[in-house]
Design a protein around this ligand. Structure first.
Ligand code: UDP
Ligand code: MN
Length: 403
């Protein structure tokens, strides 16, 4: 009986010990849990966050710091006029952020776009990489148009790109040479509106660009108004190290020409089809493409090709680029020649246009419809257009300054 009692007390004390051990373990677990809860409250993990965000958030606190990200977003709107989606996707420069810290965070509007599948949008937008000084703007002109067309350019848009713009003419003109600080180039091409003279000037413009260190070449006629900041913004969408031929055709289908090359029987009456950018609207060519054209079009060969196909300078350009080099024209609607009705360009879109033009058609002017100077003072509407875009210019009357 005594033996049984002893055994019973042994079993009882064993159970008690187990119970105490269990209690101690439970207290330990509770303590660890409480420590974790306390830690979480202090350092604040965001609820429902995925592993990725948590990891980037802790690795780089700046990446999830709200003000920081909002500031970046605002920059993107300013730098590309609210068009960052297009800019990034066209340039191809920023398709996906490369470093974890540059991923959009949940504080950023871009994050929601990102979630919606627009992968080209990032929290850190691409900064503008093209500057005015990356451009060479060449303007084709002739002796007879210096006073009637050049003067107007020099008083208006030329002032926004004085260092970058050069005039290609066919005479020495001391007056305009002085006004442009030596930016008049006498091409020694013949005067006259015929193919040889026009191709000669275009060839000189092209070779002048090759000799420069610029990334972009943009050609315009002397009856173009160039919206300089918009032109720079346009080029910023593309890479000068890739082949780009930007402009606008004025025909609705590609040009078909028949090659009449007597030297090669295989080429006789061969039909070729290509697009070309209308010279009178302006066009731009990247340095990469200009270099690709070098064996075909440099050292006077541009003119030779014009002679061969017997078409004007802008057609010759399209023939070389589209037909020979197989680089397609990228159509940019913001270029405008006087082959389209200027009055249909709405004033609220003026800032978005790259170029404008004017022409006298029979007894009527094909000109931009814009308020400003009276018709007698400004029949071509170029001064008025300029003052609409840049009202604080000294030539603009105080009454139409609106910004
Ligand atoms: N042009 C030229 N030599 C001429 C006539 C015109 O170099 O004898 C240039 C002119 O300065 C302009 C372009 O060719 O840049 C187109 O000329 P215009 O506007 O007179 O004619 P369009 O071809 O537009 O009808
Ligand atoms: Mn013209």
């Amino acid at each position: 009986m005594r033996c049984l009692k002893k055994k019973m007390s042994q079993v009882f004390s064993l159970t008690q010990r187990y119970k105490r051990t269990l209690q101690a373990m439970a207290a330990g677990v509770f303590l660890i849990y409480m420590t974790l809860v306390l830690y979480q409250n202090v350092y604040g993990y965001s609820s429902g966050s995925n592993g990725q965000e948590l990891q980037y958030g802790t690795a780089d606190p700046a990446a999830v710091e709200p003000e920081n990200v909002i500031a970046k977003r605002d920059n993107s709107v300013n730098s590309v006029n609210g068009n960052s989606h297009v800019i990034n996707s066209v340039s191809g420069a920023v398709q996906r952020p490369s470093s974890p810290a540059s991923y959009p965070t949940r504080f950023d509007k871009a994050y929601y776009d990102y979630q919606n599948g627009q992968l080209s949008v990032t929290g850190t937008p691409k900064p503008p990489t093209t500057e005015l000084d990356d451009l060479l703007i060449s303007v084709k002109t002739t002796k007879g148009y210096h006073d009637t067309r050049l003067e107007m350019i020099i008083k208006t848009w030329y002032q926004l790109a004085k260092e970058q713009t050069w005039f290609f003419t066919d005479t020495n003109d001391q007056h305009y040479q002085k006004l442009t600080n030596g930016h008049m180039v006498n091409t020694n091409c013949s005067q006259g509106h015929f193919r040889k003279a026009l191709c000669c000037k275009m060839g000189k413009e092209y070779e002048f660009f090759l000799d420069s260190a610029k990334r972009w070449w943009c050609h315009f006629d002397d009856d173009n108004y160039v919206n300089v900041p918009r032109l720079v913004r346009l080029l910023d969408e593309y890479s000068p190290t890739q082949d780009w031929y930007l402009g606008k055709p004025s025909i609705s289908s590609p040009l078909e020409i028949f090659l009449d090359n007597t030297k090669s029987s295989a080429e006789v009456n061969k039909k070729v089809t290509f697009w070309f950018a209308t010279g009178g609207a302006g066009f731009c060519i990247s340095r990469a493409l200009a270099l690709k054209m070098l064996p075909i079009a440099s050292s006077g060969k541009f003119m030779a090709i014009g002679d061969k196909i017997r078409f004007p300078d802008d057609v010759t350009m399209g023939f070389i680029i589209e037909h020979i080099l197989n680089v397609p024209l990228t159509v940019v609607d913001a270029f405008h020649s006087h082959l389209e009705p200027m009055e249909f360009i709405r004033p609220e879109t003026f800032h978005d246009q790259v170029s404008f033009s004017y022409a006298r058609m029979k007894n009527e002017w094909n000109v931009v419809k814009v308020d400003g100077f009276d018709l007698k003072t400004d029949p071509k509407r170029i001064y008025s257009l300029h003052c609409h875009l840049y009202p604080f210019f000294s030539i603009c009357p105080k009454t139409i300054k609106r910004r």
